[in-house]
Design a protein around this ligand. Structure first.
Ligand SMILES: Cc1cc2nc3c(=O)[nH]c(=O)nc-3n(C[C@H](O)[C@H](O)[C@H](O)COP(=O)(O)O)c2cc1C
Length: 380
């Protein structure tokens, strides 16, 4: 528990790994890539892991999955998250990750609700197969030691399963198997990402185990963080959707946790400047990745830059949409952004919107674009 003015205890995972700010970026596939993780860590997030990568695909050398584990622009400490259903395959995949990218922490996903994951008995289906979950934990812990292995779970498969106390039972067993930190997403598998997270169950897990527990679900503001840190018994909290398009949220939260005045939300020009910086970093990231690949050695600079631009576009599009969300003229800006064919065009549009926001507002009025209900914080 933390009082706003008390010194902030670091979360210690062993092997010298310490998380100094107890507010983490929750992994989100397709969102929390290396560049976004970097922006959140610079803003004040204490820690991040990669989005999950499939164990078998890593072992087969599937490029797209290996790329998910790239840490070359990450701040340390950083974790790599993997998922799978077979202890030996998970052990071998963990060994491969440690040997190639040497994360500070190896995290196991036991929370993903997607049928393509749970049908293969990975992700949240492990909540219903605790023996298998524990065997995976033990195998990975032994493989990555002395580096810490951690795990992310949900509170149950469905409401009755949650109410049976599965999260507490499983967390105790995972701790016994060597997990050094347990993140608990307070929704059931049946809820997917809807409805409210059950913080009572998260608190029960935090009470039941000695290792640090990170609570997760519905945390979107400095006030939410302070409330959860004070009342749940968790060592930290993780923020997922609330961080989309708002890396600065971590700076606001870090200030609140330290008992300092919370900076206001940035105005549109600062948000767009951050969007432009995001575009610049993503393109630079892709160029660095292409340059590091010997297959591209003979390619001309212009070819590399063109390839990098195309790769960056896919990563950037959702982010730039989130950066502009809610601002006057944002619907028009989003309409124009959605037509961009290159990352350079995305940057040009953001710069144009920053220079002439009133023009976007006027065009939006003229078009009578219907207001969109979607917000980046809820994804609803
Ligand atoms: C688009 C999306 C992708 C996600 N991908 C992952 C993932 O790769 N690994 C993981 O452990 N959780 C994943 N999650 C779950 C989040 O980490 C988090 O537990 C969940 O969004 C609840 O937190 P929130 O209410 O703050 O969003 C994902 C969530 C979303 C919305």
């Amino acid at each position: 528990m933390i009082a706003a003015t008390a010194p902030i205890p670091a979360i210690r995972l062993g092997n010298g790994v310490a998380i100094d700010m107890p507010v983490l970026l929750a992994p989100m596939a397709g969102v929390t890539d290396g560049v976004f993780r970097g922006l959140c860590r610079e803003a004040g997030a204490g820690y991040a892991t990669t989005e999950f990568a499939r164990d078998e695909a890593l072992l087969r050398g599937v490029r797209q999955q290996l790329d998910l584990t790239d840490l070359h622009v990450d701040r340390r400490p950083v974790g790599v998250q993997i998922f799978g259903a077979d202890p030996e395959t998970m052990r071998r995949a963990a060994a491969g990750v440690m040997a190639t990218v040497a994360p500070d922490v190896l995290d196991i996903n036991m929370g993903c609700p997607a049928p393509k994951v749970t049908n293969g008995q990975g992700g949240s289906s492990l909540l219903r197969d605790p023996d298998r979950a524990v065997a995976i934990m033990r195998a990975v812990v032994a493989e990555v030691a002395p580096a810490p292995a951690t795990v992310k779970i949900r509170v149950g498969w469905d409401d009755p399963h949650r109410d049976s106390g599965i999260a507490v039972d499983l967390a105790r067993r995972l701790e016994d198997a060597g997990a050094r930190m347990i993140t608990v997403h307070g929704r059931t598998r049946q809820q997917r990402y809807e409805g409210l997270a059950c913080w009572d169950t998260i608190a029960a897990v935090a009470e039941a185990v000695a290792v640090p527990v990170i609570g997760n679900g519905d945390v979107q503001s400095p006030a939410d963080v302070l409330h959860r840190l004070r009342t749940s018994g968790c060592a930290g909290v993780a923020i997922g959707r609330g961080a989309r398009g708002r890396p600065w949220l971590f700076g606001q939260i870090a200030a609140a946790v330290r008992g300092e005045p919370v900076p206001p939300d940035p105005e549109l020009p600062a948000r767009l400047a951050l969007g432009l910086e995001h575009v610049r970093r993503q393109v630079a990231y892709e160029i660095a990745c292409l340059d590091a690949d010997p297959a591209n050695e003979r390619k001309a600079r212009a070819t590399i830059e063109g390839l990098a631009d195309g790769r960056a576009l896919g990563h950037l599009l959702p982010h730039v949409m989130w950066y502009v969300w809610g601002a006057p003229g944002a619907n028009e800006a989003r309409r124009v952004l959605s037509k961009a064919r290159t990352a350079v065009e995305l940057g040009d549009i953001l710069a144009d919107y920053a220079a002439h926001p009133e023009a976007y507002h006027r065009r939006e009025d003229a078009r009578e674009v219907p207001a969109r209900a979607e917000s980046p914080a809820t994804g609803a």
